[in-house]
Design a protein around this ligand. Structure first.
Ligand code: MEV
Length: 318
């Protein structure tokens, strides 16, 4: 038996503008996907007990997929198993991340599956190899869409600065609240929407992208020093600029204002592509509890995360 786990992620600053080459900052969060591989002679079986994945068992060797939902959820895992020429094994998946919420759920499932299956086959892939294979597979399943950010964060963990290149950042862990609007989002649609706006108003959108990139760069020393007040202020400015690009929504704004108001957050912004999905909030002096209450009262699924946690790892056998 071989078990590996990998973390989900949030984007702290810089989404959308990063598509045009400016700087973004992402962090791995302590919600993980765990993949366990067990010998299963003559078959290749995928199972999950997880509620978020609607619990199912799927026999790849049987050659048919018994439901559209199962096909959707297993397409990433099947792609990994085909790539690694997996045989004679059962792959059990557990994930504590909501799907299609912008928290990198598919990337961490791919990364944990690559790590667990390759080790079970007796290979020792480096993190660089795991990140490369995982990025290529995630992109293929998503028809060519997908920045290397999610798979890199799931592999390396910690914080990454993403511009033309991806650079690890040495920053302390941050305690934050994630609020999920409950509305799944469509990254491709939101990215196209923003890029179309840029084509129509380059003289307006390019300076917004530049400002967003400047926010990301400016946040690095602030997070390092533990300057929560100014980090929060930058989150608020970043959110306003994202809203000006049309990727917020009424539901998102309700959560952002609930967090800043009753929740006492020092800063709140959407995270990821927007148009649904999640927001993040940095707690103020009253701590996490009022934030959780305020977001739940605003009908969000809200949970506490630690940002900057460990990347993919093999888990001890139990
Ligand atoms: C989506 O999580 C982040 C975007 O910037 C798209 C991307 O970077 O691929 C909106």
């Amino acid at each position: 038996m071989t078990t590996a786990s990998a973390p989900g992620k949030i984007i702290l600053f810089g989404e959308h503008a990063v598509v045009s080459g400016t700087t973004a900052i992402g962090g791995a969060i302590d919600l993980r996907a765990t993949v366990r591989v067990i010998d299963e002679p003559g078959r290749v079986l995928i199972t999950t007990e997880d509620l978020a994945l609607q619990g199912f068992s799927f026999d790849l060797t049987a050659g048919h997929i018994h439901s559209v939902q199962a096909a959707h959820a297993t397409r990433y895992i099947s792609a990994v198993l085909r790539e690694l020429d997996a045989r004679d094994m059962r792959v059990d998946i557990k994930s504590s991340l909501p799907l299609a919420a912008g928290l990198g759920s598919s990337a961490c499932i791919v990364v944990a599956t690559v790590a667990a299956v390759s080790r079970h086959q007796g290979h020792s892939l480096s993190k660089k190899e795991i990140a490369e294979v995982s990025h290529r597979l995630e992109k293929t399943v998503q028809n060519g869409l997908g920045s290397p950010m999610d798979t890199a964060l799931a592999t390396y963990g910690g914080y990454l600065q993403i511009a033309r290149d991806i650079t690890p950042l040495d920053l302390p862990p941050l305690s934050m609240i994630v609020g999920y609007t409950g509305m799944p989002h469509d990254t491709r649609r939101e990215v196209e929407k923003v890029q179309n706006l840029r084509k129509r108003y380059p003289e307006l959108v390019d300076p917004i992208f530049q400002a967003i990139g400047a926010i990301s760069r400016r946040s690095i020393p602030l997070i390092k020093e533990g300057n929560a007040a100014e980090t929060g202020e930058l989150m608020n400015i970043n959110h306003g600029l994202l809203a000006s690009l049309g990727v917020s929504s009424r539901e998102m704004e309700e959560l952002v204002y609930a967090a800043r108001g009753a929740g006492g957050a020092l800063g709140a912004k959407l995270t990821g592509a927007g148009g649904g999905g999640c927001m993040i909030a940095l707690p103020g002096s009253a701590g996490l509890e009022p934030l959780l209450v305020a977001l739940r009262q605003a009908r969000a699924a809200a949970f506490q995360v630690t940002v900057g946690c460990e990347g993919v790892r093999l888990e001890a056998e139990r």
